[in-house]
Design a protein around this ligand. Structure first.
Ligand code: ZN
Length: 429
């Protein structure tokens, strides 16, 4: 055995001191306390728009406050509120060059407005979807263009046209109206009138920050979704609650633990953002809204954490990173993990497109090195989206190990010493 020099003894002392701090904060008991609370039956499956998720949000807020985080936009609340809208068209009519449009079923609208009255002088842009086009791709283009449109759609699409309107789908708040008309005419003058029943539903992410010591306007995000599937009919064991212990109370637990860790150690030169997202299970609305509140150029990295409650396919002390090759973030993390006994791997389930299926996707699509860290064995996990996704099937010791590995591996990014390369959005589907 090699003789220890004075420096290596000192180094050893420093290393074990910080090892002690991280173990004091991120350990199986601390993980279990949070995980058990979030996945308890009284959270009623944390379903978006239901009381159970409000209870979960209250709990996460208390944890963020206790950790010493600041609310994202000042004020006293960590809630990041927003609304989703559902609409139902109750009446619609149109005239094209003075002629009534044949059928009211030839009008479809994507809008939050209760009443729409538009004519050729309203400043709407006229667009066309011609026979042979890919109607849904083109329609989506207009829906996302943040402009007012009257889109004339060729009557050869009569069948597909019925699927174009809002039809009870959740929409974000928008000041734009997209009006689709099924017609072969190309009118110079037109009038369109429509009424809709509009239902607004409120929801909220929970977000706290630790301002950076020097690079305040460079953000590093740690996130997970706190919503799940709610309650269903009792099974033969009398269980009716989708506890979502792994999906994604485990990721939310990690976010709270990391908030505690970084608030205690205060090594962050960059501003750290801790986010618990709502409405992932019904369309990733929480992370979409959250992402829209940032200039993507200011976000240096996103660590989204989804389903880390069980050992990965490589066993304990390992996890995978979705979109591993799309930035060099994974390489930075691996470098920081050297000698720790943890390992990160590329996503072993590329066919599942997991990179696009979690809350990292919105920012990744804007070029942010935004990845999801997970241990989920998607090919063999029997508890996924079942009543059996409860804490009894999770491994607290391994969860603590994964959370520590995120704390350790993110170190140089948090401290501003490493900056991952951007995701090349031209390579995304
Ligand atoms: Zn899920």
């Amino acid at each position: 055995m090699k003789i220890l020099t004075a420096t290596s003894v000192l180094l050893l002392a420093v290393t074990s001191l910080s090892a002690q701090v991280i173990d004091q904060i991120i350990n199986p008991d601390a993980v279990e306390k949070i995980e058990r609370t979030l996945s308890a039956d009284d959270m009623q499956g944390r379903q978006t728009f239901k009381p159970g998720i409000e209870k979960a949000a209250d709990y996460i807020e208390r944890e963020f406050r206790t950790a010493g985080l600041q609310p994202l936009n000042g004020g006293g609340s960590y809630r990041q509120p927003f609304s989703m809208f559902r609409t139902k068209m109750t009446s619609a009519s149109a005239t094209l060059d003075g002629q009534p449009l044949a059928a009211s079923s030839g009008i479809a609208i994507v809008s939050n407005a209760a009443h729409i009255q538009v004519d050729n002088n309203s400043g709407y842009e006229k667009a066309y979807i011609k026979a042979g086009a890919n109607i849904f791709v083109e329609a989506m283009h207009y829906i996302h263009a943040k402009k007012n449109y009257v889109v004339l759609i060729d009557t050869s699409f009569a069948k597909q046209f019925a699927r174009l309107g809002s039809f009870g789908r959740q929409q974000f708040k928008s000041d734009n109206n997209i009006i689709f008309l099924l017609t072969t005419a190309n009118p110079t003058s037109y009038t369109i009138t429509a009424d809709q029943e509009v239902t607004e539903s409120k929801l909220a992410n929970v977000v706290g920050i630790l301002p950076g010591k020097s690079r305040k306007n460079e953000y590093v995000i740690f996130s997970g979704h706190y919503d799940h599937l709610g309650v269903t009919k009792p099974n033969d064991k009398g269980d009716s609650v989708y506890n979502g212990a792994n999906d994604d109370a485990s990721g939310t637990t990690a976010v709270i633990m990391l908030a505690n860790y970084f608030a205690r150690t205060r090594t962050n030169e960059r501003t750290l953002v801790f986010a618990a997202f709502t409405a992932e299970e019904i369309g990733e609305y929480g992370s979409q809204y959250f992402s829209s509140q940032f200039d993507p150029a200011t976000v240096m990295a996103m660590f989204n954490i989804e389903m880390i409650g069980t050992a990965s396919k490589w066993g304990p002390n390992s996890a995978f990173i979705t979109g591993y090759e799309r930035s060099d973030m994974a390489k930075i993390l691996e470098k920081n993990l050297a000698g720790s006994g943890f390992s990160f791997h590329p996503d072993p389930y590329p066919d599942q497109q997991l990179f696009y299926r979690s809350d990292n996707a919105s920012l990744a699509r804007q070029g942010v090195p935004a990845h999801t860290i997970s241990t989920f064995e998607i090919d063999v996990d029997k508890h996924y989206h079942t009543l059996d996704d409860d804490i009894d099937h999770l491994d607290m010791k391994n969860m603590a190990a994964i959370i520590r590995s995120i704390a350790i591996s993110s170190k140089t990014i948090v401290e501003g010493k490493d900056t991952p390369t951007r995701v090349d959005t031209t390579q995304l589907r």
